[in-house]
Design a binder for this molecule. Structure first.
Ligand code: BGC
Length: 247
């Protein structure tokens, strides 16, 4: 059995766990520490290290970030401290833990996990994973290959940045019923469908646990299914990517 370690940096919690890389499942208890506020670079780095230490891991890690990540460097920070932009997180985390650290976008990590172990298994063609959370994250796969850092949660819809209208946080903030929120999701997904003609949409994020409340209300040409790994996908995808890159 080969294990890796995955970390998911989110707006409210930093989570990490040992991952069984063959089963795509957690192989140990998930450690969660609230994201420090403000989520500055040194404070988050300390918390990531604390998560790794609490889990008792001493080795290379994969770690998600909720923004653009190019070659370990943070390129955007829509919902986190702007001080992250330009930071070489791969280098800083690796120095902190004394092992390689592979950093990737959170939705890309979730997508990698879903494609390998979840709703996207054995699915070819164009598959788009959309995570509905604080923001909207996307991961686009073409015959199983990821096109990294697509930021399709920020497409403009009716004059707005789509995630400000259709994310799960927007639903909570505006106290929308699932029925009303589904109207916005319909706008979002039908626009995405028009732009990409995908073969499959996979809907992730915490709210995908309640997909029966909104997915049946959507009328699309494209098949649309909930993610299967739920809130583990970021951790699993990060560990899988780290193992691939550091192999
Ligand atoms: C960010 C993406 C991220 C998504 C989900 C968006 O605001 O721009 O990079 O994947 O939120 O966290």
């Amino acid at each position: 059995m080969s294990n890796g370690f995955g970390i998911d940096i989110g707006g409210t919690g930093i989570k990490g766990a040992l991952v069984d890389l063959e089963r795509g499942d957690l192989a140990g208890e998930r450690v969660r520490i609230p994201t420090p506020q403000p989520a500055t670079v040194p404070a988050v780095l300390d918390t990531v290290k604390a998560v790794i230490d609490q889990a008792g891991w001493d080795g290379p890690v994969g770690c998600t970030f909720p923004g653009i990540v190019r070659h370990g460097v943070i390129g955007s920070a829509a919902n986190v401290d702007k001080g992250w932009i330009g930071v070489d997180l791969a280098q800083q985390l690796s120095e902190k833990i004394g092992h390689p650290a592979v950093i990737l976008n959170d939705a890309d990590a979730a997508g990698i996990a879903e494609m390998q172990f979840g709703a996207g298994r054995d699915r070819n063609g164009v598959v788009i994973i959309v995570t509905l959370g604080t923001g909207i994250g996307t991961a686009v796969f073409v015959d199983g290959t990821l096109v990294p850092n697509t930021e399709l949660g920020h497409i403009e819809l009716d004059g707005f940045d789509a995630e400000t209208r259709a994310s799960s946080a927007a639903r909570e903030r505006e106290e929308l019923s699932y029925k009303k929120w589904a109207v916005r999701l319909q706008r979002y997904f039908s626009h995405m469908e028009m732009l990409f003609s995908p073969d499959l949409f996979i809907v992730g994020g915490g709210v995908s646990k309640k997909s029966e409340k909104f997915l049946p209300r959507l009328d699309l040409k494209t098949e649309i299914v909930p993610a299967q790994l739920l809130n583990q996908s970021g951790i699993v995808g990060a560990a899988v990517e780290a193992a691939r890159v550091t192999a």
